[in-house]
Each structure stands twice: as structure tokens, then as C-alpha cells.
Design a protein around this ligand. Structure first.
Ligand SMILES: [Ca+2]
Length: 253
């Protein structure tokens, strides 16, 4: 006579709360009264997959299969396995498994992947990866400056016709200061602000556009003679009239 071995001694029933019954030549796993499940792997008390009974992989979801009347672990999207163990899918291994722009590379991540534009291109990697051009970063900072692409991802900065400057930092309509060609009048100073860029400003006592400045005194053509000089002038006589500005203007009568 052969003695029967207790098949339950090794704890073959993996279901939480499951009960092992030793049989002749085998064993059986059941869920206790009030519990549902297959007994082998799952027994739940009416609430599918409560935390203490969830034996699924952390990368799986637990749900009750009402057709088979048992709990099931299903790997999350991006993972493969039996639900108890789920491993990342390397989507980048097969071209059919990822959808990246032709100018992008697939980068595998845990549970997913992303597309990264290849060096020299920019975009979201999925729908757009356009070539990066040297002028994209607006390297020509001069007001009115024009950026031009050159071979080898280089660029040049220039000023439009009629403008002067190095193109990199300034382009202006005739004025460049302080180190460029200063076209300001000798009676003006070259000044800079963000609104106008470099520009000439006539010194105090002068008026004009800065490139040409006239003395305010000599430009005051409406100056009135002093009262004592307002007497009648004899005809056919060249006279001198002294203005309050002390400038002397000769008038032919
Ligand atoms: Ca992945």
C-alpha cells in the first residue's frame, strides 16, 4: 500500500484566502464561503481586486471576467505578459509599432515611447520635424537687419539698401554710433535708444535733424529789432541792424 502524500503541504493554492483540499493523488483549490474566484489564483469577497487581493503586476489592471467568472489581470497598454508579470514593449524595435516623422528617431520608454527629431531638425517629432535654419534664432539683432542663410548652416547679417551699420547689431538710415561712421553734424551728438536706434541729436542751442544742425540764433529770422532801431530808414542806403541776438545781418535797402 502506498501512503498518500499531502498535496497541500507545499501551499499550491495561490489565491488570496483560497482553501486547499488534499485529494487522493492531487489537490483542489477553492474559495471560502462568501468569496468568489477560481481558487487557484484569485478569491475575492465581492469587490474585484481590492488592494490586499490584487496580485496583478503593477503594470496591469485587475478586472472580473464574468464569462469565465474569475478575476483577470490584463497588462496595461505598452506592456506584455500574463498580467501577473508585465514587461515593457520596445515599440522602437519594429517600425510598425511606432509612428514617427521621417526626420525623427524613436526613443523607447517604460510603458511607451516618444519621437525625437534628428539633430538639425525641430518639431514635435511626430507630425513635424523641419530643418533648423541659422536665421531661425534671429541672430541679426540690429534694427532693420536682414539675415541670410549660407551653406553649412551659417548666416550673414546685412543692412537693406539705404541703411548703414554692421547688420549684426545695427542698421540705420545714415547714423551709426558710437564706433561706426558717424554722420552726425559736428553740432550734434549720436545717441541710441531702442525705439529709434542710433540717431543724431542737435546739441543745445541748435535745431535740425541731427545730421544738419543750425544755430537757433541765426535761424531766428523773425527776430524783432530793438525799439531804438525801429526808426525810419533812409532809402538807397546800406544799413546795419543789430538784433537782440547780437548777430549782425546786413540788409540792402
Ligand atoms: Ca516602451
Amino acid at each position: 500500500m502506498i501512503a498518500d502524500v499531502d498535496q497541500c503541504a507545499s501551499g499550491p493554492c495561490k489565491g488570496h484566502n483560497s482553501v486547499c483540499s488534499d485529494l487522493i493523488g492531487g489537490y483542489r483549490c477553492d474559495c471560502p464561503i462568501g468569496y468568489n474566484g477560481d481558487g487557484d489564483n484569485y478569491c475575492y469577497d465581492g469587490h474585484p481586486c481590492p488592494d490586499e487581493q490584487n496580485v496583478c503586476s503593477k503594470n496591469a489592471i485587475c478586472g472580473y471576467n464574468f464569462i469565465q467568472q474569475r478575476l483577470e489581470c490584463s497588462c496595461n497598454k505598452g506592456y506584455v505578459g500574463d498580467g501577473l508579470s508585465c514587461v515593457d514593449v520596445n515599440e522602437c524595435a519594429a517600425e510598425k509599432d511606432y509612428d514617427c516623422h521621417p526626420n525623427a528617431e524613436c526613443v523607447n520608454t517604460e510603458g511607451s515611447y516618444f519621437c525625437s527629431c534628428k539633430p538639425g531638425y525641430k518639431g514635435d517629432g511626430e507630425y513635424e520635424c523641419k530643418e533648423i535654419k541659422a536665421c531661425d534664432s534671429s541672430p541679426c539683432r540690429g534694427r532693420n537687419a536682414v539675415c541670410g542663410e549660407t551653406d553649412g548652416a551659417g548666416f550673414t547679417c546685412s543692412c537693406p539698401t539705404g541703411f548703414h551699420g554692421d547688420g549684426v547689431n545695427s542698421c540705420n538710415d545714415g547714423v551709426s554710433c558710437p564706433n561706426g561712421t558717424n554722420v552726425c553734424s559736428k553740432d550734434a551728438t549720436c545717441q541710441y535708444n531702442t525705439e529709434r536706434g542710433p540717431h543724431c541729436v542737435c546739441k543745445q542751442g541748435y535745431i535740425g535733424d541731427g545730421i544738419t544742425c543750425k544755430s537757433i540764433k541765426t535761424s531766428k529770422l523773425d527776430l524783432k529789432p530793438t525799439p531804438k532801431q525801429q526808426r525810419p530808414m533812409s532809402s538807397h542806403h546800406k544799413r546795419k541792424i543789430t538784433y537782440t541776438s547780437s548777430h549782425v545781418i546786413t540788409i540792402d535797402q
